[in-house]
Design a protein around this ligand. Structure first.
Ligand SMILES: [Zn+2]
Ligand SMILES: [Zn+2]
Length: 365
């Protein structure tokens, strides 16, 4: 990474400059060095712009103050293709040091609001039949999760007793510690483990959950699976996940859907494919065959002269759209079967047929 001038130095302000002072300094310098102006300087103008871009934003400025140029330009501040981003990559590798970790901790500290954490997200997979995917189905799943303690209602205090300020974090919900890194001293903020971020602890812990506010329970949850769901799709059930310790919003439940194969049908997007076999003579003369669709049996007319591989469409017998916008089609792929065992009579007839011009060349006009 090329050595860069200090942003405060570029704008000619000191480190304690107010937002207003920075703005005024920027405007003055930008006018002075504007490239459209006589005696303007493009390089200087860009440098001023870059410095202002960082210092005008309180979050970027704080990061810059702590980490220097890397802090202001590294992910997530720099955005895609920021000049500092690439340069820092080599640095990571050489030192075995993940800058983004520190930055994330830093960001976490800045953005973390006080109060309890959110509950855990859970993930389960359930298998349904092909026909259930066509019609939609309700499934009950049983899971073991952290649920709100019924005795204390989730706050962890024995009913009739109060909560008091957490002695570890003095009600802040967070603890701060200073860590020495190669970028200098970094203040880390993490959730207080005594109160799990609540800032309060029970005077007398709940006798059922021992103050955690949660209880491990088996719970049956009904999942409404919409018609048209595809194999591998994941549904998110908001707020159906685990409860956090000490109360707070529950996590989400992610349900992955596996659709069992059906030997009659094959799904291709919105369409359903199936196979039909007709005898050689039937294909030549024309016939009707019953075709199983997800809506029941349908009669398919095979016209005279149908070739093997021909696809017939049964409109609106495919998969329903998951958002209720119509249905796909059912496509029938026809295979013409050539007889492998002939009786004496059949052989005679076919030989006669061939002699009548029913050879391969007959069809070429
Ligand atoms: Zn605490
Ligand atoms: Zn309890």
């Amino acid at each position: 990474m090329a050595t860069k001038r200090d942003y405060y130095e570029i704008l000619g302000v000191n480190k304690s400059a107010s937002a207003d002072e920075i703005k005024r300094a920027y405007r003055k310098l930008a006018m002075q060095h504007h490239p459209d102006k006589h005696g303007g300087d493009d390089t200087k103008f860009k440098e001023i712009g870059e410095a202002y871009e960082v210092l005008k934003d309180q979050q970027k400025r704080t990061a810059y103050d702590q980490f220097g140029h890397a802090g202001a330009q590294g992910n997530p501040f720099g955005g895609a293709g920021g000049p500092g981003a690439g340069g820092f990559g080599g640095f990571n590798g050489a030192e075995g040091f993940d800058f983004s970790d520190i930055l994330n901790q830093f960001m976490g500290g800045q953005q973390q609001s006080r109060g309890p954490a959110r509950g855990r997200d859970l993930e389960v997979a359930i298998a349904i039949d092909f026909m259930e995917a066509v019609t939609g189905v309700e499934k009950e799943i049983s899971l073991s999760l952290d649920d709100i303690c019924e005795h204390c209602g989730g706050n962890g205090a024995e009913p009739g007793t109060k909560l008091k300020t957490c002695p570890t974090c003095n009600g802040q919900g967070q603890v701060r510690r200073v860590q020495q890194t190669i970028l200098g001293a970094i203040q880390q903020v993490s959730t207080c483990h005594t109160c799990d971020g609540r800032g309060q602890v029970p005077e007398k812990a709940c006798t059922v959950c021992h103050g955690s506010g949660v209880m491990r329970r088996h719970k049956a949850i009904t999942v409404k699976i919409p018609a048209g769901i595809d194999d591998g799709a994941t549904m998110r059930l908001s707020g159906k996940g685990g409860a956090p310790k000490g109360g707070g919003p529950k996590g989400d439940l992610y349900v992955q859907i596996r659709v069992r194969a059906d030997k009659r049908f094959e799904r291709h997007g919105a369409n359903i494919h199936s196979q039909a076999t007709v005898a050689m003579a039937e294909a030549a003369l024309g016939t009707e065959v019953p075709v199983e669709t997800v809506d029941g049996s349908v009669t398919l007319k095979i016209p005279a002269g149908t070739q093997s591989g021909k696809v017939f469409k049964l409109s609106n017998h495919g998969m329903p759209d998951i958002h209720g916008r119509g249905r796909g089609d059912h496509l029938v792929i026809v295979t013409v079967e050539t007889p492998t065992k002939l009786s004496g009579r059949q052989r005679e007839l076919l030989e006669e047929f061939a002699a009548e011009g029913g050879k391969k060349g007959f069809f070429r006009r």
